[in-house]
Design a protein around this ligand. Structure first.
Ligand SMILES: [Zn+2]
Length: 462
């Protein structure tokens, strides 16, 4: 009796200690968020992604993940990636959850608060990485711990990859993991950053699912000429050749080429337009075949709509000549292209040469673009995002998007893992401070992100 009673007391004490440690899901998410923000993970001597990966690993082990399922890997000791596996029933191939731990440099003197302290003020969390991408990292980590605590058995393994070098550096992150540890991160599909919620003066509008990215490619245009004395000019002048060719480029548009993602994007955006003519044009370009006069009107109305519909190439830099009194021996320009996924950089180069139409002018690649295939709009993912969005934010429209820039989704998609950028965090359309000064996320919006990710992960793994 006595021993039973003692045993009972012991259990009660253990339960009490346990519940003191395991806070509410929100408190834990906030605590993890704070810890990650306060570890400097910039690509500078003061920064260490490894320190953040280690902190995350310690939390997973404390939550009962087997140490062999929690690994730190990477070629650079300051930039280790965390890869952790939540074992499921194995009925389907894994779901990969990706967030990067590295952040863009932030200098104390440029900010009104310390970028590496989580400051809560005026309804916001301030700190470098609050939007890009430690909110997502903290959400994913906190949710795996919560699911573990709830003894949830997913129908497939969940793989968490908290990674390095998304913001630059030497490809020690997702790219390196795919090349060197493919089985560890191999999955049927991945969730990643890249699509956020958009709000306008606090009104929630759209929840983006990023399924596609444009490809960045620079070209160098060059005209060389023997030159000579400018007191005896000739018509064959390098600057004239280049400027005439650029004037032809200025008048040129690459053909409209809509994909499943951009069609659906226009179709959904149409519902949000207050201008009925714009809405009708959006529906017309989303139709098949594309209504070309509607496409022209949308292009003229907005550089953003234009960029969604076609590859763009634009002159961004010029150089030429070597003296005020000499005929130029060189005239050169940089042309920056954002190529639609599915179009080849080589074909774009060829088209540029035709448009520039000058045999004296050479066009060469600057750097090597990494082409990126769009992810097909996975119906299970779209349905899950739509129903969770409807439940959490009634009236908000889910819009698949193509990003004009690139994330790690590029490497995942090229490795054959369809990737969806969906964060569930709402940000003011005109006040997104990713990479900028006083980066911040709404307190309410951060906790919504945590809840959204929790529901989404569960929905895609049962
Ligand atoms: Zn990012």
């Amino acid at each position: 009796m006595r021993s039973v009673r003692l045993l009972f007391l012991g259990v009660a004490a253990a339960v009490a200690a346990g519940s003191a440690q395991s806070a509410t899901p929100d408190a834990r998410a906030r605590d993890i968020f704070k810890q990650l923000i306060e570890i400097n993970t910039t690509d500078t001597p003061a920064g260490s992604v490894t320190a953040a990966a280690e902190a995350a690993a310690a939390r997973l082990r404390a939550a009962g993940f087997s140490p062999s399922d929690v690994q730190l890997l990477g070629p650079d000791p300051r930039k280790h990636n965390l890869v952790a596996r939540y074992r499921g029933a194995g009925r389907r191939r894994p779901l990969l959850l990706v967030a990067h731990l590295d952040v863009v440099e932030a200098r104390r003197e440029d900010w009104t608060v310390d970028p590496f302290t989580l400051v809560e003020k005026d309804g916001f969390f301030y700190g470098r990485g609050t939007l890009d991408d430690k909110g997502m990292a903290a959400s994913l980590l906190a949710n795996l711990i919560r699911l573990k605590e709830e003894r949830f058995t997913p129908d497939r393994d969940l793989i968490l990859a908290l990674t390095a070098d998304e913001e630059g550096g030497n490809f020690n992150g997702v790219d390196w993991l795919l090349k060197n540890h493919r089985p560890l991160v191999d999955a049927e599909l991945a969730l990643n950053e890249g699509g956020s919620g958009q709000m306008n003066h606090g009104k929630y509008l759209v929840n983006e699912v990023q399924a596609s990215e444009k490809v960045y490619q620079d070209f160098r245009l060059e005209v060389r000429n023997p030159g000579g004395h400018s007191s005896r000019p000739v018509r064959d002048n390098a600057i004239y050749h280049l400027s005439a060719a650029l004037a032809r480029l200025a008048q040129f548009d690459f053909p409209v080429n809509l994909s499943e993602v951009t069609r659906t994007c226009f179709e959904r955006m149409a519902a949000l337009q207050s201008d009925a003519k714009v809405a009708a044009d959006m529906r017309a370009v989303a139709g098949a075949p594309t209504d070309m006069s509607a496409a022209r009107r949308l292009s003229n109305a907005s550089p953003f709509y234009n960029a969604l519909m076609r590859t763009t190439c634009v002159a961004t830099r010029l150089e030429g000549g070597h003296a005020n009194n000499a005929l130029p021996q060189l005239a050169a320009a940089n042309v920056n292209c954002r190529i639609l996924p599915g179009e080849s950089p080589a074909a774009i180069k060829e088209r540029l040469q035709q448009v520039l139409a000058d045999a004296e002018l050479t066009v060469t690649f600057v750097g090597q673009a990494t082409p990126s295939a769009p992810s097909p709009l996975n119906p299970e993912v779209m349905r899950a995002v739509e129903s969770i969005t409807a439940a959490m934010w009634p009236g908000v429209v889910v819009v698949p998007v193509m990003a004009p820039g690139a994330t790690d989704g590029l490497f995942l998609r090229n490795a054959g893992i369809p990737t969806y950028g969906v964060e569930g965090v709402f940000v003011e359309i005109d006040d997104n401070r990713s990479h900028g000064q006083d980066e911040r996320v709404g307190v309410k919006q951060f906790f919504e992100e945590v809840e959204f990710q929790y529901r989404l992960i569960k929905s895609l793994s049962r």
